[in-house]
Design a binder for this molecule. Structure first.
Ligand code: SF4
Length: 228
């Protein structure tokens, strides 16, 4: 267990991150209360309240639900995809349907339970026809992802698919070049791998083998990040 000073420093970091998030959303005043020093769960709940009915970008026009994210607020591992698909938009949860089931199996193959990870996307509303999110949509939604990262403070991040990896790492390199190694995402190690929907469309053994290598790397880095 850390010293009281460590806990205090962590609380102030969380508060500073949250204030930056509110500033990015254009909030100018806030009713200060004890809630602002609450832990990751409180931070996520406030974000969910803030995103309710969001119309910050044009994706709001075609969505059925806002797919915020799912998983424990204290998760050590955060997985980030690009955006909700049709089934996610219907159910309001990320990575459901066939791609979600494959993701669950990929995690379980290296002994990681889906219940212990937090899963979200770069944008929280479904792009029409499952097209890639556009730069203005990513920029509009970025404060929510930043807020999730600040609240959860994951020890390791996994980017699912080309788009998420390129966006988070601010690069144009294809996933084939990005995967298979650990990148720095600020102070957090980030491991890119294929999107499970891509693996379903390309079931060749070569992609499955590479995805398996990525999962083993993720497991190793996850253990290392937790001090295991
Ligand atoms: Fe708001 Fe993000 Fe949905 Fe755009 S994608 S409307 S910014 S929640």
């Amino acid at each position: 267990m850390g010293a009281p000073a460590d806990h205090l420093a962590e609380a102030f970091h969380g508060l500073a991150d949250h204030l930056r998030f509110l500033q990015a959303l254009g909030v100018k005043e806030l009713p200060l209360s004890r809630e602002y020093l609450a832990g990751p769960g409180g931070g996520l709940r406030r974000l969910e309240q803030a995103i309710e009915g969001c119309t910050r970008c044009k994706l709001c026009r075609g969505r059925r639900t806002i797919v915020f994210g799912s998983g424990p607020a204290e998760a050590g591992l955060m997985l980030i995809g690009e955006g909700p698909g049709e089934e996610e938009d219907r159910q309001g949860k990320p990575f459901v349907g066939r791609a979600g089931q494959l993701l669950t199996r990929m995690l379980e193959s290296v002994g990681i339970s889906r219940d212990e990870v937090y899963i979200t996307n770069i944008v929280k509303c479904r792009p029409p026809g499952n097209r890639n999110p556009e730069p203005d949509e990513i920029a509009a939604c970025a404060p929510f992802l930043d807020g999730q990262l600040a609240a959860i403070r994951p020890r390791i991040v996994c980017a699912l698919g080309t788009f998420a990896a390129q966006t988070l790492l601010r690069t144009r390199e294809p996933i084939g070049k990005l995967r298979g190694r650990v990148h720095a995402f600020g102070a957090i190690p980030l491991i890119p791998t294929f999107h499970p929907a891509f693996l379903l469309r390309n079931p060749g053994p070569q992609y499955r083998r590479l995805a398996w290598e990525d999962m083993k790397l993720l497991r190793r880095e996850y253990d290392r990040a937790r001090g295991g």
